[in-house]
Design a protein. Structure first.
Lengths: 296, 283
């Protein structure tokens, strides 16, 4: 608190704090919460089969050059807004669930802790698999430290191999903690948003809403554990089998005009020693295909 | 259970640990007192016994502990303090009950969200500033006979009566994790008026508190009070308004009057949502 008496002016942020925080609340549900549900469900589809998952990823990547715009407008920008304001909100309060051990007060504390865990986790997750930017030189440079490992056109196999890094323990643990934190954050955030916006008012209505949010949280936990299992359980042999299927789907998809041709979205793990980056830039022909002989 | 159990074993002494502070801005310190056990004491009488004793547990001479009180029947809110880690009124805090939970000692602290004046006495002016911010009153500013008031339906009476029991004690804001302490110091040469203005400035940007939100909902639901509905909702969407609530719901859990504060907060959430959308399209 400033001591200067001239501080009667209200900053832009203070003037619009109400609207900004309502936007923060809304963004947490749409698009972020909605996106999270779709994302986890898509990943859980890997349990059904490599084809199911790869089909979904082909569809997600069908906007082609528009994809980065969609990602930034509907995921990264809202996420940054929600995260930055969320950290600020957490700093405006002083958790006291040790002193006042009410269930709702513990939920309040956990909402803040899971938000912080989720923020660190999402940064790691995006860097680990997505890489943040699509530029090939960037992806190539972070590949060296085990980041940017996801190849959308070899979705299942590159995901499985990425999770194997760190003796198959480090990443799976980070993902488990991060995902469950965010599932809690979304389910509890849904409940508090209902109060914030004035949807459920009476204690009885709030108790009913609690049941709905708990049920939602349980379902989403099952989905997220399925997504986790789908990526963690398969080993290198499974990954090779997956890759063969994915390559077949890619070739057939390109042939049929269903999948936009894009070598950069394929796994280049076997080509790192022959400078995949240069090749991807210079090579317009399908000669690079020879690298992707199924390993069977 | 308030009735005194005749057969229970009673201790010889009561240990009372008090968090003391000699004045605003001074360092707080702990002092232990030991008073002979008497049945059916409340915390106010304990503090009176300490004052009569005039010395701490080690036998050192000590000034009486300073505290605030008024009605002694839990309707004025003045004697609110933190007793064994939980905020409540000291008049209705019965020592025999407290010793069931913690037989070793009684721990008394001033409320942590307000500036300490001395010992257990705090300056709660921010609490009342919150009520002014939301215009927690009925606007009647003439002596003319305005005729009969609007008829109040029973349902409305039943909704309003619990909210009208608020005694502005400060329990809700003490337990609220979003209501944080604001303590300013008067600068050398600063007039009282200038200091007050500076304090109010700081108070007005900070969270208004559950009690004020609830009073805003009470008067917005009052036949005459609702004339100021828009102004109250403007105040609740201003800096430090309803948006600062984090839904920890401690307020309703600690309220000694069992006022449905979180219901008021949710109601205010809905009212401000609609009010803001209406303003967005009408202005």
């Amino acid at each position: 608190m400033s001591d200067s008496p001239s501080e009667t002016k209200v900053s832009f942020f203070e003037k619009h704090e109400f609207a900004i925080r309502r936007i923060h609340s809304l963004l947490g549900i749409v698009p972020l919460g909605l996106y999270m549900v779709v994302h986890l469900t898509t990943n859980a589809s890997l349990l059904n089969g490599v084809e199911t998952f790869q089909r979904a990823v082909f569809m997600i990547h069908s906007p082609g050059k528009l994809l980065p715009l969609i990602e930034w407008a509907f995921i990264f920008a809202p996420l940054l807004f929600h995260a930055i304001l969320g950290v600020w909100i957490a700093k405006t309060g002083r958790t006291n669930s040790g002193q006042y051990r009410f269930a709702s007060n513990k939920r309040y504390s956990w909402q803040r802790w899971t938000g912080m865990i989720g923020l660190v986790y999402l940064f790691l997750h995006i860097m680990h698999l997505h890489g943040g930017f699509h530029a090939q030189w960037w992806i190539n440079s972070i590949n060296g430290i085990g980041f940017g490992m996801f190849s959308p056109y070899n979705a299942g196999s590159s995901l499985v191999r990425a999770m194997d890094w760190g003796w198959g323990v480090v990443w799976p643990t980070i993902y488990l903690v991060g995902m469950l934190s965010l599932v809690y954050h979304l389910a509890n955030g849904l409940w508090t948003a209902g109060i914030t916006w004035g949807l459920w008012i009476s204690p009885a209505a709030q108790a009913r809403a609690t049941k709905v949010c708990v049920a939602f949280g349980i379902v989403l936990t099952v989905i997220s554990l399925s997504a986790w299992a789908g990526a963690v359980i398969p080993g290198e042999e499974d990954a090779q089998a997956m890759e063969a299927i994915e390559n077949r789907m890619y070739e057939a998809g390109v042939e049929a005009g269903m999948v936009p041709e894009n070598e950069e979205k394929r796994a280049h793990h076997s080509a790192t020693d022959v400078e995949a980056g240069e090749e991807a830039v210079s090579d317009t022909e399908a000669t690079a295909m020879t690298e992707f002989v199924p390993a069977s | 259970m308030i009735a005194f159990d005749q057969h229970a074993k009673r201790p010889e002494f009561i240990n009372v640990r008090v968090k003391r502070q000699d004045g605003p801005g001074k360092e707080p310190y702990w002092q232990l007192f030991k008073i002979p056990y008497e049945p059916e004491l409340n915390v106010i009488t304990v503090l009176q016994r300490i004052a009569a004793l005039g010395k701490d547990a080690d036998g050192n001479k000590s000034f009486p502990v300073c505290w605030d009180c008024g009605c002694l029947e839990e309707v004025c809110g003045a004697c609110t303090m933190v007793i064994n880690g939980r905020v409540r009124q000291s008049c209705s805090a019965l020592v025999d009950r407290l010793m069931e939970d913690n037989p070793d000692e009684l721990v008394l602290e001033p409320m942590s969200k307000f500036p300490v004046i001395r010992d257990l006495m705090v300056d709660r002016s921010r609490l009342f500033r919150g009520l002014k911010r939301v215009k927690a009153w009925v606007p009647v500013d003439s002596y003319y006979d305005m005729g009969r008031g609007e008829r109040q339906l029973r349902e409305m009476q039943e909704r309003n009566y619990p909210l009208s029991q608020c005694m502005s004690c400060g329990c809700c804001v003490e337990a609220c994790p979003q209501y944080t302490k604001i303590e300013l110091e008067q600068k050398p040469g600063e007039s009282d008026e200038a200091f007050d203005a500076r304090k109010n400035d700081a108070f007005d940007k900070a969270f208004v508190g559950p009690h004020a939100i609830s009073q805003a909902m009470l008067f917005n639901n009052h036949p005459t009070g609702k004339a100021l509905e828009g102004e109250r909702l403007d105040a609740l969407t201003a800096p430090g308004g309803i948006q600062a609530c984090g839904n920890a719901q401690n307020c309703v859990a600690v309220c000694p009057k069992e006022i449905p504060l979180t219901t008021s907060i949710a109601r205010a959430g809905r009212a401000t949502t609609l009010h803001t959308i209406r303003k967005w399209f009408e202005k």
